[in-house]
Design a protein around this ligand. Sequence first.
Ligand code: SF4
Ligand code: SF4
Length: 384
Amino acid sequence: MKYADMVHRCFRCGYCKFTSDYTDFNCPAYRKFRFETYSPGGRMWLIRGWLNGDIKNSERFQEILFSCATCANCVEHCVFTFSDDLVNIFIAAREELVADGLIPPPVRDYLKNIHVNGNPYKAPAAERGKWAEGTSMEAYAGQEYLFYVGCVGSYDERAVKIARAVGTLLVKAGLSIGILGEKETCDGNEVRALGEAGLFEQLAAQNIQAFRDLGVKKVITLDPHAFNAFKNDYPGLGGEFEVYHYTQVLAPLIQGGKVPLKECSLKVTYHDPCYLGRHNTEYQAPRSILKAIPGLELAEMERNGENAFCCGGGGGNFFTDILGGGEESPARLRVREALDTGAEIIAVACPQCAKMLEDAVKSEEMDDRLKVMDIAEIVNGCVI
Ligand code: SF4
Ligand code: SF4
């Protein structure tokens, strides 16, 4: 296994499962199950035992390994030099299980669907551009930016609304953008996180070729997960593009007066997506958009920025649900934390977070007090 020589370095001191001020458990898997093996250090020792032959692969072992949300809280808070590789170590262990075909059925199904259909929804590729029907979005034909939407934004009913809100807002702000429609395929971020390195490389090669054929130089993503794959993994596979999350493009447009905003008296809290925040250190662009709306009050949650608590959807869990629901699920804990701020809206910048938190708001029966809205949806409501 890759990184096998690092696994023994973990002391199991446990710093990695907390926030920086040690006031709460911040590893979503540990916070939910409260068994040490679900914590980052526990996982390290579990993997060590498995590599040494002391522990056999079992359904339980697989469930623990695939419950990690790859949220990178442990990367942020482990004090040792190998900390940057913690998530990579967990993914490397998953790669071994995938190679042996010993994986939980929801992971197998997710990977199979991507392999067969290019998306996890078993939806036809020809319908990938359908989300843009009736909008001002045009097919990519040499515009300055390609707007890459991803599987969730293309096919999920709720996320489609977010894709439309972002796309039309960028066009309204005068940006030259085009979409790939049916030429787009899965970015593969979750495929990589679930340990299918071969399929990830295949998807990356397909996207890189499509971008190159069309002469794409700059890419704006809807989803922080795609942003992460394009920015951090595609360059190593020959795909060098200028990559932005949409908030990074929208923030300067608003500051430059391209999106005139009216007074909007709203109290909002912002949920940092792990793949925009901890994985890519972008904490400010989304906040500066919200702060630019006159009359909007931004109330931070107890855990924010590098300490933000994951919604539980990362690392493929959005699709496989191995981390699972219930009162102590990360998403339900997160919406309770959001409600405590007194905000009426949780602003999100990721369609996966939007879905996870919206379901949690319903389960907590908070629908009358708390709404989940993407930042673009909030801005659209405040445009003059
Ligand atoms: S991963 Fe790092 S912080 Fe966590 S238990 Fe191991 S050594 Fe300690
Ligand atoms: S990446 Fe997140 S979920 Fe996975 S072990 Fe680290 S803190 Fe826990």
